[in-house]
Design a protein. Sequence first.
Length: 143
Amino acid sequence: MSTFPTAKEIGHLWFENVWNQRNSAQAHVLMAADAIGHLECGQDIVGPDAFLEFQATFLAAIPDIRIEVVDSLADDNDVCVHWTASGTHAGPGLGLVPSGSKVSFRGVTWFHTRDGQIVDGRDFWNMDGLMQTMRAASEPQIG
C-alpha cells in the first residue's frame, strides 16, 4: 500500500516547490495529467504543461515572485490555502511594459486532490487589481 501526501501537504508543496523553487518537474508530480485549473482570469487550463505555460507568462512579468503560505485548512481530499505574493514587475510578461515597481497581492487557492495529486484547482484573488496596478506604474507620468 502506497502512502500519498495529504491534501494539506500537497497544497504547501505546490507553492514552495512549483512556485518558489520554480521546479517544473514537481508540477508533473503534484498535478494529475487531466487536472483542471480554474484561473482567476476566467481561463480554464488542463494538465501540468498548460499550467507551466501560464506560470512562464506570469514569471516573465514578475520573475522574482515569492509566495508565502499564510494558513491552510484541509480535510481528506481538499485544501484551501491562503497565500501572499510579492515581487517586482520587472519583465514584459502579461503584455505590460515593465514598471520596476514592487507589487504584492494575496489570495486563496482551493485544491481537490486524489491519490496524492491535484485533480482540480481554483484561484481566488484580484488579478484585475494587480494588472491595473502594474499598468498604472508603467505608464509615463505627465506633469
